[in-house]
Write a protein that binds this ligand. Structure first.
Ligand SMILES: Nc1ncnc2c1ncn2[C@@H]1O[C@H](COP(=O)(O)OP(=O)(O)OP(=O)(O)O)[C@@H](O)[C@H]1O
Length: 550
């Protein structure tokens, strides 16, 4: 900061002073100022070109012959300041100077021997300068003290619009953060909005997905409970059975042990209801067998027992309805017989791929019965009649009236009477001479079924066509010879290149299964593996008819 001594002063140079303190609230600035000697110099400070003023005081300068004692006024200002040792030379006399503040009464000062030299009006606070070398300056324009008190910023009123250059009125305003360019602000706004949108989106997604997951898990539990309930066969009354079969309106078929009717459990669940005939003395036993066995098994290739009825003398079994009926309806057309076999209508022919799938499905179902349950279940009546097909032609093993439960490690079971259907029964089942009755007995029946699929006719029935001598040939024996001679033409109905390969495979597996001695037959597990093989490298089995060959 610079201040200029007055023109009356000898020194016209601008003087640099040090700003010690600025107080914006009181609008005071303190500068470091060394009082000169004689002190009058300060009284001629020219502040006209600056916005500052000093607080004006009035003083009277006295010249005294000797030093005067210092006397306090008792106020915040001192009354008398000695200017000793600043000696001045007035009227050719070397004198001490004393300065008397205008606010003090001269009568109380020890100035009797002194002579008044000069009155100074409107001069700075000499006492402060003298004590601390501080000169206090004030400014009044702009007047921001009110704004400072309010903690606000201050500016000239209508700073931007005023046409008057020297207007002095001020106004307070709230100081905002540093201004940012509009584009930056817009980008920041967009970013902020995006963040808010993303966060909101995440929150909505989270809430939505957690509600959805909750609903899904609830649904899953409901479904599980439904399924769990469905796993156990329900018990129905006769009235229920009548209601579900619409009073036995739609008959599906007649078996040895009863009549089967179509029924409806709900709009979605169709059922087949088998009413066991009372006339058959074995019906009660079959009933217990069937419910006891099927109540505990669940497999895609085993028909599901939905429920049963034991109401008075009425016994009924309720199964899932399988719209494509039994496999028997489809295998008699599988082979368009060669000249020595009777030619059947092949309108029901499913194709070799489908037949292979069906064979594999049945094998898996039987393997499950043998190995997949707590107890081994021997079905003892595997035949095409007892394989039902659903809407996708997935095979389901059914009819467990003859089934027997035994422990898994049991290698043989005792059997008092022969079980099963002639032509499918394993030799050991009807005669104890050929080995023990075991799971291998089901393997034999399955082998017969496989060969029926390939031959398209009942194996055990020698063809009744007497027009040709070859029609008397027993199909398994005949096909064994053909395969042994590695003949390509199996005299089957072929639609595709791979058909012969499939038929060969089914026939070879079938021949393995119908080995006379149970020990020579593969287990159902091996049968499944053989049927799943894609190559045509299956080893030919020994001749199953060696002991019976003529
Ligand atoms: N779950 C089912 N879904 C659809 N049809 C069925 C169902 N069960 C049986 N049938 C039909 O009812 C007919 C009679 O079946 P049933 O099991 O009583 O006798 P079978 O198997 O033909 O002979 P057997 O009494 O000697 O075993 C079958 O041929 C089949 O067409």
């Amino acid at each position: 900061m610079m201040i200029m001594p007055s023109s009356s002063s000898a020194n016209h140079d601008k003087q640099h002073v040090l700003v010690k303190k600025i107080n914006y609230t009181t609008q005071e600035i303190e500068i470091h100022y060394q009082i000169g000697c004689p002190p009058g110099q300060i009284f001629y400070l020219n502040l006209s070109s600056s916005p500052f003023e000093f607080e004006d005081f009035n003083y009277t300068l006295f010249s005294c012959p000797s030093s005067v004692p210092y006397i306090s006024s008792g106020t915040s200002y001192d009354c008398l300041t000695k200017l000793s040792p600043c000696l001045g030379n007035i009227n050719n006399q070397t004198n001490y100077y004393a300065m008397l503040g205008g606010y003090c009464s001269i009568s109380r000062m020890p100035l009797e021997s002194c002579t008044k030299v000069l009155d100074y009006t409107s001069v700075p606070d000499l006492f402060t300068i003298k004590q601390a070398n501080i000169l206090k300056l004030l400014w009044f324009i702009p007047d921001c003290r009110r704004c400072e008190d309010l903690g606000k910023a201050c500016r000239f009123k209508d700073e931007f619009y005023s046409t008057q250059k020297n207007h002095t009125e001020t106004q307070c305003y709230v100081l905002k953060g540093p201004k940012r360019p509009r584009a930056t602000l817009r980008i920041l706004g967009i970013c902020a909005l995006s963040v808010v949108a993303i966060v909101t989106g995440i929150v909505i997604c989270y809430v939505y997905s957690s509600t959805k997951t909750e609903k899904e898990s609830q649904l899953r539990i409901e479904r599980f409970l439904d399924d769990y309930r469905a796993l156990k066969p329900s018990r129905y009354s006769y009235a229920d059975i009548k209601r579900m079969t619409n009073k036995f309106k739609d008959k599906l078929g007649q078996g040895d042990y009863g009549t089967v009717f179509k029924g409806k459990l709900s709009s979605e669940l169709l059922v087949a209801v088998k009413i066991l005939s009372n006339s058959n003395e074995k019906a009660g036993e079959d009933f217990i067998n069937e419910v006891g066995t099927m109540g505990r098994i669940h497999h895609v290739n085993v028909v599901r027992l939905v429920g049963f009825c034991a109401d008075g003398f009425i016994r009924a079994l309720v199964y899932d309805f399988l719209p494509n009926g039994s496999l028997q309806n489809f295998i008699s057309s599988s082979a368009a017989a060669a000249d020595h076999m009777s030619r059947n209508d092949n309108s029901n022919f499913l194709g070799w791929d489908k037949l292979q799938d069906i064979a594999l499905g049945i094998a898996k179902g039987i393997e499950y019965l043998h190995q997949g349950c707590d107890q081994q279940i021997l079905q003892f009546d595997i035949k095409p009649h007892n394989v039902l097909l659903d809407q996708n032609f997935t095979p389901k093993v059914c009819d467990f009236g003859l089934a027997k439960l035994c422990s898994k490690d049991q290698s043989a079971i005792s059997m008092t009477t022969a079980r099963g259907t002639m032509g499918y029964i394993a030799p050991e089942v009807f005669s104890g001479n050929f080995g023990n009755v075991s799971h291998k007995s089901d393997v034999y029946s399955f082998g017969t079924l496989l060969l029926e699929i390939v031959g398209g006719r009942k194996n055990f029935k020698v063809a009744e066509d007497n027009e040709s001598s070859t029609s008397q040939v027993y199909f398994p024996k005949w096909i064994y010879k053909l395969l042994e001679q590695d003949q390509e033409d199996l005299r089957i109905h072929i639609e595709d290149e791979g058909d012969v390969k499939i038929a060969r495979k089914l026939a070879i597996v079938g021949l393995w299964c119908i080995q006379w001695y149970p020990l020579d037959r593969p287990s159902m597990k091996i049968v499944v593996q053989m049927l799943e093989r894609q190559d045509d490298k299956l080893i030919m089995p020994p001749n199953p008819f060696a002991s019976t060959s003529n």
